[in-house]
Design a protein around this ligand. Structure first.
Ligand code: SF4
Ligand code: SF4
Length: 477
């Protein structure tokens, strides 16, 4: 590869053509350039402009942002002149005008001699660096938030400022936000490990199991309902309604356009229609709010770990208590290793077996195989062959066993025809008391093994985000 020569603050460097930006070259040379909006895992953006440097090109001087300016032959870069410091100083003052409480920002400002910012302080906290929505879109792949409006009205928000239906509460945006502003948004749901621990303490009650979460009991259950595995979810809902413990439930129901969507059900027929695992992610928020607005008081929400996290976050923010003080929400969490993009899965299944997924009587994942039943016949392939069909965001979720649910239910760890049930709260226990079923022992080791694999995969993906933080600059937390 052709090499090129550049000079940064008088140091000569040789680099491969197309190898780096000025920021990366400076870091290689051990020269510190401050930046707030840069993360190595996502495309450079140049929004905070704190990395401004001066370049000399063809005998002419100009100011550029180091994070997105590519190095080129003969480039001369000046990072430490009085003019550069003056520009950064002005930028810092403007940033402090938006976020005057962020200690690390103030610390750097002091390094540039700013002790008393000149501009009116709005205390919006968000400095519009764009890291949160770029991580959410480019890395996590969810795109729950974005920049909205222009000029002084510019902000970060969900479409129309509504509660996000897409956010999976992975917390990636909170990790990269330099001002913690993202944690103040009430319509997305980033959670940290500390948040999850606090929620376990607040909502759950039982023995703490480091691998499988808080629990009061774990067993394999089989109801008399013909359904997925032991039919435990359907049975708990039906008998909960019958016993007067539940008024309605939010469940995923199969549909042909996107695989499934969440619906509100309150009687036997609709509950039975929704039985069976769908392996697609559905948002439960709209039907849950619908139920609450209709005046339903005791509502069960059946969801994947990401959806249960979302409801818990809303609960913790006081969203339900403020608006619906009498409501009692029961969270029934499904085990979930990953979900699929339905359209892509349908195409892949057609390609592999020549069958139509829309016509499937049943889909299941067992012993590493994805099994589709059509016309009474089973078609299967190793789940790893469907890697490209996995839904964006799932690789950032490390929760297999639905750690924040009142009751978690799945097939892993139980023999065929049974469901594994983990009861995590008194509320969950109350609901289960109304249901009748046969019990057996579970294989804890089998669940722990898969839970560890899922956690490790997510940790690896988060490690990529964390690795980018210390290198970013002193604002990283
Ligand atoms: S919320 Fe945080 S990460 Fe997002 S733009 Fe504002 S300061 Fe940056
Ligand atoms: S928590 Fe995850 S999905 Fe939600 S907005 Fe943040 S990065 Fe996006």
């Amino acid at each position: 590869m052709t090499r090129l020569k550049i000079k940064i603050d008088g140091h000569e460097m040789e680099m491969d053509v197309g190898q780096a930006t000025i920021l990366e070259a400076a870091r290689l040379a051990g020269i510190h350039i401050p930046t707030l909006c840069h993360h190595p895992s996502i495309k450079p953006y140049g929004s905070c402009r704190l990395c401004t440097v001066q370049i000399v090109k063809n005998g002419r001087k100009k100011f550029v942002t180091a994070c997105n300016y590519p190095v080129e032959e003969g480039l001369v870069v000046i990072t430490d002149s009085a003019e550069v410091a003056g520009i950064r100083k002005m930028i810092l003052e403007l940033l402090i005008a938006r976020s005057s409480q962020e200690e690390r920002l103030l610390e750097t400002a002091r390094e540039y001699g700013i002790f008393k910012p000149r501009f009116l302080q709005e205390d919006k906290s968000c400095i519009l660096c764009g890291l949160c929505y770029r991580i959410c879109e480019e890395l996590v792949g969810v795109c729950a938030i974005n920049a909205q409006n222009r000029g002084v009205s510019r902000d970060v928000d969900t479409p129309y400022g509504e509660l996000s239906e897409d956010c999976i509460a992975c917390g990636a945006c909170a990790l990269v936000c330099p001002t913690k502003s993202i944690l103040k948004r009430r319509n997305i749901y980033p959670l940290s490990c500390a948040d999850i621990k606090e929620m376990e303490e607040e909502y759950l009650c039982g023995t703490i199991d480091n691998d499988l979460g808080v629990n009061r009991e774990m067993f394999a259950g089989k109801s008399n309902i013909e359904g997925q595995d032991g039919g435990m979810v359907t049975s708990i809902l039906l008998q909960g309604i019958e016993a007067g413990l539940l008024d309605a439930a939010v469940v995923a129901q199969k549909n042909k356009s996107c695989g499934a969507n969440a619906v509100l059900v309150d009687e036997t027929e609709s509950i039975l229609q929704a039985k069976g695992t769908k392996y697609v992610r559905v948002s439960v928020i709209a039907p849950l709010l619908d139920a609450l607005l209709k005046g339903e008081k005791r509502i069960a929400v059946v969801g994947t770990p990401c959806q249960i996290r979302v409801v818990r976050k809303l609960q913790r923010q006081g969203y339900f208590n403020d608006k619906f003080p009498d409501a009692e929400i029961f969270l029934i969490g499904l085990f979930c290793f990953e979900s699929f993009d339905y359209e892509s899965l349908r195409n892949r299944i057609r390609e592999l077996f020549g069958i139509d997924l829309d016509k499937a009587e049943k889909t299941q994942i067992a012993r590493g195989k994805f099994i589709v039943t059509v016309g009474g016949k089973d078609y299967s392939c190793p789940v790893r062959e469907l890697k490209s069909q996995v839904r964006a965001g799932c690789p950032f979720c490390g929760d297999l066993v639905n750690l924040l649910a009142d009751i978690s239910i799945g097939s892993i760890g139980s023999e065929e025809g049974y469901s594994t049930v983990i009861v995590r709260s008194e509320r969950g226990e109350k609901l289960l008391e109304a249901a009748s079923f046969n019990r057996k022992e579970i294989s804890r080791d089998e669940i722990v093994k898969l839970a560890a694999i899922k956690k490790k995969n997510a940790d690896t993906n988060f490690a990529g985000i964390l690795a980018g933080l210390p290198n970013r600059d002193e604002f990283s937390s």
